[in-house]
Design a protein around this ligand. Structure first.
Ligand code: THU
Length: 165
């Protein structure tokens, strides 16, 4: 038996001003998307924006339903809309914001496991790293690829030959 340690680096920004302009633009798109959230049951409004390889930005927000499981998270709404409208185009970055009453929580909104699995799928399909930006009012975190927030994902793609390794 041996103990193996897995570690990774990520960026933490105190203000969006510190970020790359393209990332800042994507966070702003996620903030705009949050305004379209339909969340009468939880009151928690999430906005997401995904950038495609050609620079196109596709937005999504959480959409709830009185039959609760029928609703969908903002991230999956954005990624599914992107894939449906722009099939075959790689997704290169995804920004997420969330908070109650359409405000942005101080703490960055962290995606659920199901959304991480969907991110992993599109990262695999796009054959390039998909970075993930979680933006809160007090700090913004940037992860360079989905593997870092979903280690040991179920997929044969995650081998030594992964493009982000
Ligand atoms: N939600 C998202 O849209 N994304 C996340 O990453 C976490 C949760 C939504 C689902 C539901 O509409 C509400 O937030 C409360 O869980």
């Amino acid at each position: 038996m041996k103990t193996v340690t897995r570690s990774f680096d990520y960026q933490e920004y105190a203000s969006p001003d510190e970020m790359d302009p393209r990332d800042r633009e994507l966070v702003q798109a996620a903030r705009d998307a949050q305004k379209t959230s339909y969340a009468p049951y939880s009151g928690f409004n999430v906005g997401a924006a995904v950038r495609l390889e050609d620079g196109t930005i596709v937005k999504g927000s959480n959409q709830e339903n009185s039959a609760y499981p029928s609703g969908l998270c903002a991230e999956r709404t954005a990624m599914f809309a992107a894939s449906a409208a722009h099939p075959g185009k790689a997704m290169v970055s995804l920004a997420i914001v969330g908070g109650f009453a359409r405000k942005i929580d101080d703490k960055p909104c962290s995606p659920c496991g199901a959304c991480r699995q969907v991110m992993a799928e599109y990262q695999m399909a796009g054959k390039r790293p998909l970075s993930v930006i979680l933006s809160g009012a007090k700090k913004t975190l940037k992860f360079s690829c989905v593997d870092d927030i979903l280690p040991f994902v179920f997929d044969s793609f995650y081998t030594e030959s992964h493009p982000s390794r």
